[in-house]
Write a protein that binds this ligand. Structure first.
Ligand code: F6R
Length: 259
């Protein structure tokens, strides 16, 4: 696991944008997209590079990590719509090739299994962008999730619903259930790039990177993956102990020798 500690959230966003740009230039065909606040600055920087520098996403496909159950793709907080408005609408990624779990399916369990099979058939994901919950979740794999889980329906914890209530008018509107890629599904990606900023992420980052491998911190599964880049600002790095092993950078091009 390479841990990159940058000064602030903007720098973290541009480091993640560099990593994605490098992957596309090296021939990546499939991106794994996360929603939430953490990747937004990277998406904005990628959109700027598309506009001003000709970075192209044409020919790529993308898979979302998760989706709320019961929100149609037209709902302003459905992840399918959020990723469209925050990213896809600003680049030349074909919206018809941006896939997300069907949270409106009559048979939600079958929809989750079908989504997992779709990723397996069309993948692997070359670079999977990840955020992390304050409780250590990635995707919506809440604590106690099997470290080998596949895409399935999960119930959100109260903490996650409270954390996500800021995107809705009230916590009552935050759905109880989601379809999420499992930890095993996420780990099928070739390269995992996790971005986290702010002091509220510090405990989760320390547990994921330095804690025991445990379903109590689902992100600790990253320790088993051969190619992980964790990009954090100084605040999110605040509880890391092995600081002599980490890179403190002002700008960063991922070094393939270092993973
Ligand atoms: C989003 C997702 C979640 C978020 C996590 C952090 O698709 O799967 O794991 O990445 O909840 O959310 P933010 O970035 O809003 O703090």
């Amino acid at each position: 696991m390479e841990i990159v500690i940058a000064d602030d959230a903007t720098r973290c966003g541009s480091i993640l944008a560099n990593l994605i740009t490098d992957a596309i230039e090296a021939g990546a065909a499939t991106l794994g997209l996360a929603t939430g606040s953490s990747p937004l600055l990277a998406y904005q920087e990628l959109a700027r590079r598309h506009r001003e520098e000709g970075l192209s996403f044409a020919g790529l496909q993308a898979f979302l990590l998760d989706e709320y159950v019961g929100l149609p793709p037209t709902h302003r907080q459905s992840y399918a719509r959020v990723i469209r408005t925050e990213f896809v609408d600003h680049v030349d990624l074909d919206p018809g090739r941006v896939y997300s779990p069907d949270g409106m399916a009559d048979d939600i369990t079958a929809a989750a299994t079908a989504y997992d099979a779709h990723i397996a058939a069309a993948g692997p994901v070359d670079v999977q962008i990840l955020g992390i919950g304050a409780n250590g979740h990635i995707g919506f794999n809440e604590p106690t999730s099997s470290l080998r889980s596949r895409t399935r329906v999960k119930t959100l914890t109260e903490q996650t619903r409270r954390d996500n209530a800021r995107f809705f008018d009230s916590i009552d509107e935050v759905p109880q259930h989601v379809i999420t890629q499992g930890l095993g599904t996420i780990c099928d990606a070739r390269h995992l790039a996790l971005i986290a900023t702010g002091p509220h992420k510090a405990a989760a980052i320390a547990a994921a990177a330095e804690g025991p491998l445990s379903a109590s911190c689902p992100a600790s599964v990253l320790q088993l993956h051969p190619h992980v880049t964790v990009i954090v600002d100084a605040a999110a790095a605040g509880q890391l102990k092995n600081s002599e092993f980490y890179r403190y950078v002002h700008d960063h091009k991922p070094d393939p020798q270092k993973y």
